[in-house]
Design a protein around this ligand. Structure first.
Ligand SMILES: NC(=O)c1ccc[n+]([C@@H]2O[C@H](COP(=O)([O-])OP(=O)(O)OC[C@H]3O[C@@H](n4cnc5c(N)ncnc54)[C@H](OP(=O)(O)O)[C@@H]3O)[C@@H](O)[C@H]2O)c1
Length: 304
């Protein structure tokens, strides 16, 4: 779709870590309506993706050209314990939005996850076969399928280990490590047997905007360049915070955290952006460059 300031973009689930970056990028380039069930910013309005009627009411009058679905429950352990809630949000919510996009003839964008693969391979390209293991991954994979089943003009972007939003909004690994450091921890135990591809929300939002403009509809892996283990990310973060002499990072196996992180996770969720590369529309930076930029927020926070 060609972009212009009169384009209308509806974003569901925009109150989260990716939502903030997507809102920041899109709201200066289009007319945006951003919704969530968690109204943590003044620019958010309430809409629950599980409730078709209410969602329709929120979207119909706005008449979007594009609907972006970011709404999800992303805590894997919560999803295992609350499977119905996960299915209703991640799968039914995605079906509701895909149906509405189809009815309104809007372009539909769905953000999926590298977690839909089972980890039997080291690296996955866009064409590899999904085999999700956890409730979270299974429900997200259904979300992908609704986009493909109901729409011709759609994008599915598969993200990897999300990082973004800073100390206030980042619910994932980088902030979990940062919180330990900010809390005074000088010994960190981090798994080195889980492999993946970090995905910086700011780069992801910018890249998404550009790729949507190409109208090359379809399913895309969209992660930062390079691959790593959780341990590698933690070591790099500590280095970027200039704490390598003060904080020791120790490798452990996933069994170390088996009680806390009991949801099934693939050994590897490393993705390559094969389609984006081949079409010369891969706008994602290397994960180390992205983390370098992202770490400046944490550095400032530490200095406060
Ligand atoms: N985080 C990752 O590592 C990761 C990796 C790959 C892909 N993704 C995908 O990226 C997208 C954005 O996720 P994120 O990382 O920004 O996670 P996030 O920070 O948890 O954001 C998701 C937002 O959706 C909201 N939400 C939950 N249930 C909803 C409902 N019924 N209706 C409307 N909104 C609802 C959440 O509110 P609450 O906070 O109240 O639940 C939250 O504000 C999701 O599709 C996710 O599956 C995430």
């Amino acid at each position: 779709m060609s972009w212009g300031p009169d384009r209308r973009v509806y974003i569901a689930g925009c109150g989260g870590m990716l939502g903030e970056a997507v809102y920041d990028h899109f709201s200066t380039r289009a007319v945006v309506k951003a919704t969530d069930i968690d109204l943590n910013a003044p620019w958010l309005e309430y809409a629950d993706v599980r409730d078709y009627r209410q969602l329709w009411g929120s979207i119909e009058a706005f008449k979007p050209d594009l609907i972006i679905n970011l709404a999800a429950l992303t805590d894997l352990e919560y999803c295992e314990r609350n499977a119905d809630h996960a299915w209703l949000t991640n799968a039914l919510g995605a079906e509701n939005l895909a149906l509405i996009a189809e009815k309104m003839q809007a372009i539909y964008v769905y953000v999926s996850t590298a977690g839909i693969f089972d980890g039997a391979q080291d690296v996955y390209n866009d064409f590899d076969r999904p085999n999700p293991l956890s409730i979270y991954a299974k429900s997200k994979y259904h979300g992908e399928q609704f986009a493909q089943a109901y729409l011709r003009r759609f994008f599915v972007f598969r993200a990897g280990w999300m990082m973004g939003g800073g100390p206030g909004k980042d619910k994932k690994f980088v902030n979990k490590i940062y919180r330990q450091i900010a809390g005074g921890a000088r010994e960190l135990s981090v798994v080195d047997d889980k492999l993946g591809t970090p995905t910086y929300t700011k780069s992801f939002a910018e890249a998404m905007y550009k790729v949507i403009g190409t109208e090359l509809w379809g399913v895309y892996n969209q992660v930062c360049g390079g691959t790593c283990s959780r341990y590698d990310v933690a070591v790099e973060l500590v280095r970027l915070l200039d704490l390598q002499d003060a904080v020791r990072v120790t490798k452990v196996g996933s069994d170390h955290f088996a009680g806390e992180y009991f949801a099934p996770r693939p050994r590897s969720e490393m993705l390559v952006n094969m389609k984006l590369d081949s079409r010369r529309i891969n706008f994602m930076p290397h994960w180390k460059a992205a983390l370098k930029e992202y770490a400046t927020i944490f550095k400032k926070d530490l200095a406060r």
